[in-house]
Design a protein. Structure first.
Length: 210
């Protein structure tokens, strides 16, 4: 179960826009309050959708032996979605996110809303949830697995916020350096991860469709 769920969640964690926004709010007044509000929005949407998707797949018999071809088709659909993501990221023109973010003056509710919107689940995260649903583990193991992949999905927000509480200045320097590196290589990382995971899901699902 986790052998597929964890790599998909780690791929979902490659999120340059989240890191850019976190660096922005950490450099503004009341950085910890705003950072925690942003993270709260991310947690609400990530865990809410995570539990809803897993429960839906498990309790509507979509993953049961009564429907042996449904699960592979879900894998194929997610795999195709990931390949579309790879193509979209590769072909879209570069955006000047940093300049747009720096112009914003955001209230607490707006920061919470941005957390909700930014962490609306991606195909990577949905793939990790599908892997958990296919495992048919007990309630405790399933809950722990959903929480684990949610934590991994939000790493680009969690790590700098936690580090900033201990080393504010060093964290800002590190995050800004990471933003500069991701602006050059982030698209490539996302494309490679999407193609690898999408191809894997499609290739492993095809033999099970028969």
């Amino acid at each position: 179960m986790l052998a597929q769920a964890v790599p998909a969640a780690l791929a979902a964690a490659i999120y340059p826009q989240a890191l850019l926004f976190v660096s922005f709010i950490l450099g503004r007044p009341q950085p910890r309050t705003r950072a925690l509000v942003f993270l709260s929005g991310a947690v609400v949407i990530t865990l809410g959708v995570g539990f809803a998707v897993v429960l839906l797949l498990q309790h509507t018999d979509l993953e049961s032996s009564r429907h042996p071809t449904v699960s592979p088709w879900i894998d194929v659909a997610i795999g195709v979605a990931l390949l579309v993501v790879a193509a979209w990221v590769a072909l879209r023109p570069p955006r000047h996110e940093e300049e747009r973010v720096r112009r914003r003056e955001l209230g607490v509710l707006a920061v919470f809303g941005i957390g909700l919107v930014m962490y609306t689940p991606s195909p990577f995260y949905l793939a990790s949830l599908h892997a958990i649903a296919k495992g048919h583990a007990g309630p405790v193991a399933t809950t722990a697995s959903v929480v684990l992949v949610a934590v991994l999905f939000m790493l680009f927000a969690e790590l700098p916020i936690a580090a900033h509480a201990l080393w504010p200045e060093a964290t800002l320097r590190t995050v800004r350096g990471a933003n500069a590196w991701l602006s050059r290589h982030g698209r490539t990382l996302i494309c490679v991860a999407a193609i690898a995971l999408g191809g894997y899901l499609i290739i492993t699902a095809i033999p099970r469709l028969a």
